[in-house]
Design a protein around this ligand. Structure first.
Ligand code: SF4
Ligand code: SF4
Length: 183
């Protein structure tokens, strides 16, 4: 997948990636699923000029995939497309909240398209604050429904998989201890 930031895309007040990932740099350590102490919720970074390199370089998939309409913006969809494994042809969909978007045709069409093309698709959920997220590979689970173009069956697999992660995953505590030399 191409990794060129598209013109006209912006965070628009989303601060999801200042919260869900663990950050482990020399100047900033932050456990997973905890809002960075330097983030003003809904506004963004308060140490923008000195933010770590890892923050400067991160854009979610909304910034790279031209086919995604505004309904895919994390603020609207509740889904963050993680871009870290695009070069391995894997798309990880971090589902932050269970929104009506997950049962929309747009979501099913895009996920089904990736599965049909052989792109790896993973669903991911955040753990409790201070715990690492958990993910599940979706391709084999969705193969039949995608081949049959059966939207209802796809929705069932989506719902089952997300519930399965939430109910049965043993969330692993993130040992990262909050500390910052910034600002
Ligand atoms: S998840 Fe995407 S839209 Fe949200 S803050 Fe991060 S890069 Fe911006
Ligand atoms: S330093 Fe700034 S950009 Fe990085 S996680 Fe914290 S608030 Fe977000």
């Amino acid at each position: 997948m191409a990794l060129e930031v598209l013109e006209g895309r912006s965070c628009e007040g989303c601060t999801a990636c200042c919260s869900f990932p663990p950050i482990r740099t020399q100047e900033l350590q932050k456990p997973a699923n905890l809002l960075c102490p330097h983030c003003a919720d809904g506004q963004g970074c308060t140490v923008y000029d000195t933010r770590p390199t890892v923050c400067r370089g991160f854009y979610c998939g909304y910034f790279f995939i031209e086919e995604l309409g505004p309904e895919w913006h994390p603020n609207n969809s509740g889904v963050v497309i993680r871009s870290e494994h695009f070069d391995e042809d894997v798309v990880t969909l971090l589902v932050l909240r269970l929104s009506p978007f997950l049962v929309s045709e747009e979501f099913a069409a895009m996920v089904g398209g990736w599965v049909a093309e052989g792109v790896g698709v993973e669903f991911e959920r955040v753990g409790p604050p201070g715990h690492l997220p958990a993910k599940m590979r979706m391709n084999e689970l969705l193969e039949e429904a995608v081949a049959a173009r059966d939207l209802r069956a796809m929705h069932k697999v989506f719902a089952w998989s997300l519930a399965h992660i939430d109910r049965s995953h043993v969330w692993e505590p993130d040992p990262t201890v909050l500390s910052s030399e910034l600002g």
